[in-house]
Design a protein around this ligand. Structure first.
Ligand SMILES: [Zn+2]
Length: 366
């Protein structure tokens, strides 16, 4: 790869056509289409560009099964230049996850599971002895450049007889470390009315559009009061589609009630990437286009909104002098059938397709 190259005729989501010149890994120039200079020119007429997509909920520790995958399979190959591992590892294995970043082209951050064993088992909070406060605090300090929050999966199959107690402990550790919580919600117990009031400003509810019994909407599709109160407090809503946590019906109710779209994430790992219903970041984004969100809103949910939550605004903009992390994609007018976690189907008229990325200055075509 040459040190300097030009992405010619790329379109911003606003429709404006531009050239982006990349030199020594950084954005050297953003100029009117046709005006960018360099020996190596890649013509991307008809292709959109945004700052590199950020996936706030993935499973990037391949050793763990079922919730594991290879970093670049769920990163740059998905059009995603930055992934955030959502608690695959606790204090026992976080060092290995951090080391694995070195081999990858995708940027990686992580939520640290409050259970020291992480997703080595899928009932990681069923034994309170696996929550070692001191170990969590030590690991959070040691890997502070990578760890962006703490993960607690608060649903019946994970906590079993521990009930709400793991979340109370998570809250204490969060205050001690000043790290926000990402809380996975799902089946009761504990009930959603017990879980949500414990969340504070900047904490993340992931799986907020799940269609399980214990979800955030009434049977009539009305948002529950605990959800409205959480939004009021500044709690962040994250999609975390996953195998079992995205329902078109619930997403349609959320849209109808103007529940703000904060971040779209996949909760991707081998199983739901290869067999669905996630497949890819582009597939998940297409679902939100189908729901009636504008392209600007959909792309903001994987760029600016995620970057701002991470307090890394440079990851959510295209600015001269920044390290080049960009995503190239198209919007196709091919009708396609999309499927949610409840096996509900919708036919979308438009779909998003990934063309490639520039990851830390390197052009990688999909
Ligand atoms: Zn997950």
């Amino acid at each position: 790869m040459e040190k300097q190259f030009v992405l010619r005729n790329v379109k911003r989501v606003s429709g404006e056509a531009i050239d982006i010149v990349i030199k020594d890994g950084k954005i050297a120039e953003v100029t009117k289409a046709g005006n960018g200079h360099g020996q190596l020119v890649f013509d991307y007429s008809g292709v959109y560009v945004s700052s590199g997509w950020i996936d706030l909920h993935v499973h990037a520790f391949p050793e763990f099964d079922p919730y594991g995958d290879e970093i670049d399979e769920i990163g740059v190959k998905q059009g995603v230049t930055t992934i955030v591992d959502a608690g695959s590892c606790g204090a026992d294995r976080i060092a290995d996850l951090v080391t694995s970043r070195e081999q990858a082209k995708t940027n990686l951050f992580a939520f640290l599971n409050i259970s020291r064993i992480g997703l080595k088992r899928v009932d990681e909070l069923s034994n309170m002895e696996w929550i070692d406060k001191e170990k969590v605090i030590q690991a959070a300090k040691k890997y502070q450049d990578v760890i962006v929050g703490l993960k607690a999966r608060i649903s019946s199959s994970v906590v079993r007889n521990s009930g709400i107690e793991p979340l109370r402990v998570a809250r204490t550790i969060s205050h001690k470390t000043s790290l926000p919580l990402m809380v996975h919600i799902g089946s009761a117990p504990p009930s959603i009315e017990e879980v949500i009031p414990l969340l504070e400003r900047n904490d993340v509810i992931t799986h907020y559009l799940n269609g399980k019994e214990n979800n955030l909407f009434s049977d009539k599709g009305e948002p529950l009061q605990v959800l409205m109160d959480a939004i009021e407090r500044g709690v962040h809503l994250d999609v975390g589609h996953g195998t079992a946590s995205f329902s078109f019906k619930v997403a349609e109710a959320a849209k109808q009630h103007h529940i703000g779209l904060n971040t779209i994430s996949t909760d991707i790992y081998r199983g739901n990437r290869l067999n669905g219903p996630v497949y890819s970041m582009a597939n998940v984004l297409s679902k939100f286009l189908y729901l009636g969100y504008s392209l600007e809103e959909v792309i903001a949910a994987v760029t600016t909104h995620a970057a701002n939550w991470l307090k890394k605004p440079e990851l959510g903009r295209i600015k001269v002098g920044d390290i080049a992390n960009l995503t190239l994609f198209t919007v196709q007018n091919n009708p396609v059938t999309l499927i949610d976690s409840e096996e509900d189907k919708r036919v979308a008229e438009r779909t998003i397709e990934t063309k490639g990325v520039v990851a830390n200055g390197e052009l990688i075509e999909c």
